[in-house]
Design a protein around this ligand. Structure first.
Ligand SMILES: Cc1cc2nc3c(=O)[nH]c(=O)nc-3n(C[C@H](O)[C@H](O)[C@H](O)COP(=O)(O)OP(=O)(O)OC[C@H]3O[C@@H](n4cnc5c(N)ncnc54)[C@H](O)[C@@H]3O)c2cc1C
Length: 496
């Protein structure tokens, strides 16, 4: 099914933001303050027809296109478009039930908060997606998407059934097409497959996602927030905490594990002085909340009694202000844990882990966290729970090949002054190299590559680290559906 470029009526006034417009300085920036663009204009789109017309006009005028939904990209794949057109999808934020099969339609400019609140209040269902409410579906879903319910239900894309995408054919003609897992044409099924984790900004502009049979939303959740002071840690007690966390996940991340309803995030912050702490946040949903106590006891080991987390770390808020486990309605828990935080400068790196941490990695963590050269309380390694239902899906069933990991690591550092760029970039690069060497976390049975939704332009072989054996297949899809390479950025799929 295709809709071609026709008509010229804007969907609402003021939809094109040009340089003289007072909104321009705001609308050319990303969530990451390192990224400031100089496009010819930003086009805010209100429906699919307008996206088709916008893409057609840019192609006809020879202007490069980039696409923005929530603006949360970790690298400068959107704003970095001098003299081009940024397609801003944020006015397309509807969420509703749709079609003969009763699938759930989410428009390509929605945020996760739009998704959670509408799906919950109107239908009592949810998606296993990210924790931060201001993240946009446009990047999040196309990159795979995971969050606190992923051990229970899988990745966001495991529920994605169809997409409507505006693409450009080999004659330079923009059209909207709808492709699904059931499309009779195998090329169309391949385009859908590429949207199951192949990454945003690669094949066209996604205007609508349809999700099939999303899980019922939990009624309640139990939350835990513990912290330990850096002054109470030495190399042995630090290593003990990290090893217990890894071993717990190795033992309890199989498909069908009773701990599938539990999701933890260990925040291994830099030691930045007297009030510095490392933190552990966890959520449990399900029928056995005592499993969360069990987890807490297992993590504590020989550490002193946990403290209240005193300060926010990066985009993670200071949680519950209580060390007791809190029980609350699940939607409130989702709100409590959402932590997009303020717009700052930031740099990120990632790694999947199949096994607990090797000793050399724990030593590298201590070296780069315990005594950093330029202490920054907002620099950390976050170790998220993974596995269980995520690993019930075959590596080639979606474009996310990492289906045997038990933990997902996110290296992060945040700052505000451009003068601090170099010291933050040096720290994160040095730490990452110490963990994996220059090649990054090359799949070797212990580590399993990187997450495309945490993109990192420092990676040399990003194609393999993100996509592994799926990359040649993604290149074929690119050649078929975006043959002129209209949609491109620093790490976009190269046409076959
Ligand atoms: C505070 C914060 C918290 C996060 N938490 C999580 C988490 O819990 N789990 C997780 O999995 N990830 C998380 N992420 C990572 C997040 O999933 C990615 O950054 C994601 O790509 C952001 O999507 P966006 O639409 O907000 O970003 P954007 O910057 O708008 O887009 C990101 C990429 O997708 C493309 N794109 C955007 N919209 C479309 C569209 N409609 N069609 C086609 N391409 C499009 C862009 O061109 C760009 O290449 C987090 C990020 C941040 C900043």
């Amino acid at each position: 099914m295709a809709e071609s470029a026709a008509g010229a009526t804007p969907v609402f006034p003021g939809d094109r933001v040009e340089r003289h417009d007072p909104r321009y300085p705001t609308m050319v920036r990303g969530f990451n303050r390192r990224f400031v663009g100089h496009p010819r204009y930003v086009q805010v789109c209100g429906d699919t027809g307008q996206v088709v017309r916008t893409v057609q006009r840019a192609v006809d005028e020879g202007l490069r296109l980039t696409v923005r939904c929530g603006g949360h990209c970790y690298e400068d794949f959107v704003c970095d478009n001098d003299g081009g057109v940024i397609v801003d999808m944020s006015a397309m934020d509807g969420v509703h039930r749709d079609g003969p099969d009763g699938d759930y339609c989410v428009e390509g400019g929605a945020t996760l908060w739009n998704v959670y609140t509408h799906l919950y209040r109107e239908y009592g269902v949810t998606l296993p997606a990210g924790s931060c409410y201001s993240v946009g579906v446009g990047g999040h879903v196309t990159g795979g998407g995971y969050g606190l319910l992923s051990r229970l239900h899988g990745l966001t894309v495991d529920f994605l059934h169809a997409v409507e995408v505006v693409r450009v054919d080999d004659a330079g003609r923009a059209e909207a097409i709808t492709v699904s897992r059931d499309s009779p044409d195998p090329d169309e099924r391949e385009l859908l497959w590429a949207h199951l984790g192949g990454g945003g900004g690669n094949f066209g502009v996604v205007t609508r996602f349809w999700f099939r049979e999303p899980p019922p939303a939990p009624t309640e959740a139990w939350l835990l927030n513990h912290a330990w002071s850096w002054s109470d840690l030495d190399p042995d007690s630090f290593a003990g905490l990290v090893q217990r966390y890894g071993e717990f996940h190795a033992a309890n991340s199989g498909v069908g594990s009773p701990f599938a309803g539990l999701f933890g995030a260990l925040h291994l912050t830099q030691n930045a002085g007297a009030s510095s702490q490392v933190g552990l946040t966890a959520q449990y949903v399900g029928d056995e909340p005592s499993l969360l106590d069990e987890f807490a006891v297992a993590m504590r080991g020989d550490l002193p009694a946990p403290q209240v987390q005193a300060t926010p770390v990066g985009h993670h808020r200071a949680g519950l202000r209580d060390t007791e486990i809190q029980r609350m309605p699940w939607l409130f828990a989702t709100q409590t844990l959402n932590g997009s935080g303020p717009n700052q400068r930031g740099k990120y790196k990632s790694a999947y882990m199949i096994e607990p941490f090797p000793e050399a990695q724990v030593e590298a963590m201590w070296e780069h966290l315990a005594e950093p050269l330029n202490p920054n309380p907002q620099a950390l390694l976050q170790v998220d729970s993974y596995g269980c239902q995520v690993n019930a899906v075959a590596p080639d069933a979606t474009a996310v090949p990492q289906r045997s990991s038990i933990m997902k690591l996110q290296y992060q550092t945040y700052w505000t002054d451009p003068a601090d760029d170099a010291q933050n970039l040096d720290w994160i690069r040095g730490f990452y190299d110490a963990m994996y060497g220059g090649r990054g976390p090359y799949p070797d049975g212990t580590v399993d590559g990187c997450y495309v939704n945490y993109p990192d332009v420092d990676l040399d072989d990003w194609q393999y680290l993100y996509y592994q054996d799926g990359y040649p297949r993604l290149r074929e899809v690119k050649a078929r559906w975006d043959p002129l390479d209209v949609f491109r950025h620093q790490q976009s799929i190269e046409p076959a």
